[in-house]
Design a protein around this ligand. Structure first.
Ligand SMILES: Cc1cc2nc3c(=O)[nH]c(=O)nc-3n(C[C@H](O)[C@H](O)[C@H](O)COP(=O)(O)OP(=O)(O)OC[C@H]3O[C@@H](n4cnc5c(N)ncnc54)[C@H](O)[C@@H]3O)c2cc1C
Length: 429
């Protein structure tokens, strides 16, 4: 066959095909828009740019600063991986994510302190759960775990008391806002853009593109990664992929130890957690700046990003209270809910929880500190979604549930998302 004839007959067809499915070279069309500049959105953007340096990538966040919500309001712990069901995403990504984050922090000169964690049982009824924690930690490959008696635990934390404790010396602390700031620098240095004060309010799909609307502009993207934290279910509704789960905001308030009592806590002192809940209970946490936090409790927040008791948004509260999954959860756990709410109002009840481990602490040693709101997905059957949950649809990835230890695991979650993106995003350059 005459090859030039073949060429001339197929060429127009090829050109058309390229226009329809190829990469749109218009500078206004982003290859990927990441919604959310918390640690997951930033870590994912950074990882995408490292693997695809010519990517036109934009991160948007509705707030004027990055890390404005969970990432900037957490305990600052690099969890070692004690708590999580072996084989779960949490267990795997926490272990690998912690190593990646420690290595990153070292490269970037971000302070990390391996102060270690003691999980203390104060009564014999807690011993089976403490043993289970030890077993899980071993199964998850947490290094150097040790079960200690009362004298051993006092060697580690001289002012703490209990009948037995699990010692995890590799648990560490870091400031996640500093980590987020370093990731912002990396993204910008790699040619990515970050646009703040830009809330995505609607997403439409139009001839191979996604149109993301905000109050001031419409952004065109070929692909999207949604890392919207407390708003994850709403953003997934915008893309026409409503999640089955509902995001329930749980506020947690902290107290700060007075300067004269900070020395009563060397590292991290935790209770044995209630296995029915994904929250770890009121703990004492040394922060990288030398402050010691006591908390957080876990009460229903009356608005998704409401950090004070008086922050209420009626329509948000109504929609949580009307949610069938939340109603089942509340019916099952109303006693715990009431106890947490009582402790939120009554400082002496809070102090009692802390004095179980460090009896020298008095109410006057605790002053009001920061608060955080956890994004916790609840399934329609009323169960708290325990593991990380990621979802996908054509050209869109969703992070649907990423509670603690997602900050620790952020760089590993990001790698996981990039692998998914490479499989299903259109033409990543
Ligand atoms: C009290 C508390 C203590 C914790 N302690 C620890 C700990 O010690 N160690 C640990 O590993 N983890 C901890 N966690 C969990 C950890 O902080 C979170 O899992 C992690 O920060 C989640 O990151 P993210 O990026 O998904 O969410 P976020 O940091 O909440 O970021 C989501 C971002 O999306 C933006 N956004 C939402 N909707 C839109 C929209 N429509 N348009 C534009 N932007 C939008 C928000 O403004 C926000 O900045 C804790 C969490 C809390 C609340």
């Amino acid at each position: 066959m005459d090859r030039s004839a073949l060429h001339s007959r197929t060429a127009p067809f090829c050109r058309l095909t390229v226009c329809a499915v190829g990469r749109d070279s218009s500078p206004d069309v982003h290859d990927v828009v990441v919604v959310g500049a918390g640690i997951l959105g930033l870590a994912t953007a950074r990882a995408l740019l490292r693997r695809h340096p010519s990517l036109r990538l934009l991160v948007v966040d509705k707030e004027p600063l990055v890390a404005s919500h969970q990432t900037g309001h957490n305990s600052g712990v690099l969890h070692a991986g004690l708590y999580y069901t072996p084989g779960s995403l949490k267990a795997r990504l926490c272990r690998s994510g912690k190593s990646m984050l420690e290595e990153y922090a070292e490269q970037r000169g971000i302070p990390v302190q391996r102060c270690g964690k003691l999980v203390i049982a104060t009564g014999s009824t807690e011993l089976p759960a403490l043993d289970e924690l030890h077993r899980r930690g071993e199964a998850n490959g947490v290094p150097d775990l040790q079960m200690l008696g009362p004298a051993g635990l006092r060697d580690v934390e001289p002012h703490a008391t209990g009948i037995r404790a699990l010692w995890s010396p590799s648990t560490a602390i870091v400031d996640y806002r500093t980590v987020a700031a370093a990731m912002v620098d990396d993204i910008r240095a790699a040619g990515g853009q970050i646009r703040l004060s830009t809330e995505i309010t609607a997403v439409t799909k139009s001839s191979g593109q996604l149109l993301l609307e905000s109050a001031s502009e419409t952004l065109a993207a070929r692909n999207m990664v949604a890392c919207a934290g407390l708003q994850a279910d709403r953003v997934s509704q915008m893309t026409g992929s409503p999640s089955l789960e509902t995001m329930v905001p749980f506020r947690g308030s902290y107290y700060l130890l007075s300067p004269s009592t900070r020395s009563l806590v060397r590292g991290l002192i935790y209770p044995v957690p209630d296995p029915q809940f994904p929250f770890l209970g009121i703990h004492l946490t040394r922060r990288i700046d030398g402050e010691v936090l006591a908390g957080p409790n876990a009460v229903l927040a009356y608005r998704r990003e409401g950090y004070r008791r008086r922050d209420v948004r009626l329509e948000e509260l109504r929609s949580v209270l009307a949610d069938p999954g939340f109603r089942l959860l509340a019916r099952r756990h109303w006693r715990t809910g009431l106890a947490e709410t009582w402790r939120d109002w009554d400082k002496s009840a809070f102090t009692r929880a802390v004095r179980r481990f460090v009896p020298e602490l008095r109410s006057r040693d605790l002053r009001h500190g920061p608060a955080g709101v956890r994004a916790q997905a609840v399934d329609p059957d009323g169960s708290l979604v325990d593991d990380f949950r990621l979802g996908s649809e054509e050209r869109i990835l969703h992070v649907r549930n990423a509670p603690s230890p997602a900050a620790t695991a952020s760089m590993a979650i990001a790698e996981h998302l990039v692998s998914k993106a490479e499989l299903q995003f259109a033409d990543l350059p």
